[in-house]
Design a protein around this ligand. Structure first.
Ligand SMILES: [Zn+2]
Length: 416
């Protein structure tokens, strides 16, 4: 199923002997015989994950480059997988930035699913706590990634570690791929790379902070630039040139005016109305020069049923006389997974949340890419998105334990 995998070695990766030190007692008894991972061990696992910096290098500046890249965390996870006797594969998507996969092979192997949290975090610039301290206070664990998404990752790791202890699970027919994906925060690069390699499973869970709800729908994100071209002349004779800013003016007025209004009229039942924002405008170079170039950067959040290419084409076609040029920056499709999917139902049942088990979300994540390639996917994990990307990020440990128990129950029930 996976081809072209390679093992990477490098001095920047955590040394093998350092790996899982906090969990030595958990692994000592050997796979299968060990007792279930308890809450204390799960806490130490999450502490390890937070203490290994894995900041996305393409994020905001302000992070020491030594703390960027997913390599060390991937190496830690690989060691964890090996201790569980999983097959391990690395895909080095960018230098020092691998996706790592641990595969649990069941005896039957007829069905498969992926547990897919991302390994990167956003920048630590402006944080008011030690981003890599993993400090525990007030029943919370503090640090960059505690919520997004190392808390959910720890829950899923514990769930898998505990599930593989079950003889029924091992002798069932459900294979599990733990796909620890690089590069989610800057363009879903890890999951895109994985899917383009031909990776397919029957179901995927993107590990994200959803308050342990099952997010079956999220908005899509379409980021693009629009350029106008003009002709520069001296600012004292503007009538002899063509102002690129002047050409952009009606476009801005249209997008923030009638276009925004039209979007409000087409709400999705679960996700609400699509939105648009112009986040950047640039143009001209000097007061006394008629500008020959203007640029806007548009952030369009879409709902299921909207075609991203068509959205860009339609906007350009609205102004045929302006010669607008469009440039795609980021394209993450919306998510619209059937709540009646048997794996979704199993996960929803395991949450014990009844009618509130399934939800929609305004943000987007790797689940949208799994889905784009035909794999039904949801997002799930402990923690609240309100704490993600914050200056004092934390997660409630009780939620991490709850997430682990739900995910373990889901795995055991899905295999049975
Ligand atoms: Zn995330």
């Amino acid at each position: 199923m996976l081809r072209g995998g390679m093992f990477i070695h490098g001095t920047n990766f955590i040394r093998q002997s350092e790996c899982c030190q906090a969990l030595a007692d958990f692994f000592r008894a050997g796979v299968v015989q060990y007792p279930a991972m308890n809450d204390d061990q799960l806490t130490r696992l999450l502490q390890d994950l937070v203490r290994i910096p894995s900041v996305n290098p393409h994020g905001d500046p302000g992070t020491d480059p030594a703390n960027t890249g997913e390599g060390r965390l991937a190496e830690y996870l690989a060691e964890f997988f090996r201790k569980l006797a999983l097959d391990v594969e690395f895909h080095e998507v960018e230098p020092g930035r691998p996706t790592v996969i641990g595969k649990f092979a069941s005896r039957g192997g007829k069905r498969s699913l992926a547990l897919g949290p991302h390994t990167d975090t956003v920048s630590v610039a402006g944080m008011t706590i030690d981003p890599f301290g993993g400090e525990i206070r007030d029943g919370r664990l503090w640090g960059r990634g505690a919520t997004d998404t190392k808390g959910p990752m720890a829950s899923l790791l514990a769930a898998l570690a505990n599930a593989v202890r079950s003889k029924t699970f091992r002798e069932g027919d459900l294979d599990v791929y733990f796909t620890a994906l690089m590069g989610e925060e800057s363009g879903n690069d890890g999951v895109r790379d994985l899917m383009q390699r031909g990776f397919r499973v029957d179901f995927a869970i993107a590990g994200e902070p959803t308050d342990c709800q099952v997010v079956t729908a999220h908005k899509g994100a379409l980021w693009f630039k629009l350029h106008t071209r003009g002709q520069s002349v001296h600012g004292s004779m503007p009538e002899r040139g063509v102002s690129a800013i002047g050409k952009m003016a009606p476009v801005v007025a249209h997008i923030l005016g009638p276009y925004t209004e039209q979007l409000r009229e087409r709400p999705d039942a679960v996700l609400g109305a699509p939105t648009v924002n112009i986040g950047v405008i640039e143009g001209g170079s000097q007061t006394n020069i008629v500008p020959n170039h203007c640029l806007i950067e548009v952030d369009r959040r879409t709902v299921p049923g909207e075609d991203h290419r068509q959205i860009m084409a339609d906007l350009v076609a609205t102004f045929p006389e302006l010669g607008l040029e469009s440039e795609l920056v980021r394209d993450c499709p919306s998510l619209d997974t059937d709540p009646a999917n048997p794996y979704v139902r199993e996960l929803a049942a395991a949450t014990g949340l009844g009618d509130r088990a399934c939800a929609g979300a305004p943000w987007f994540c790797d689940a949208g890419i799994f889905s784009q390639f035909g794999v039904p996917a949801v997002a799930f994990g402990p923690g609240s998105v309100a704490q993600a990307h914050t200056a004092d990020e934390f997660i409630d440990l009780a939620e991490v334990y709850r997430g682990a128990r739900i995910a373990e129950q889901f795995l055991l029930n899905s295999a049975g």
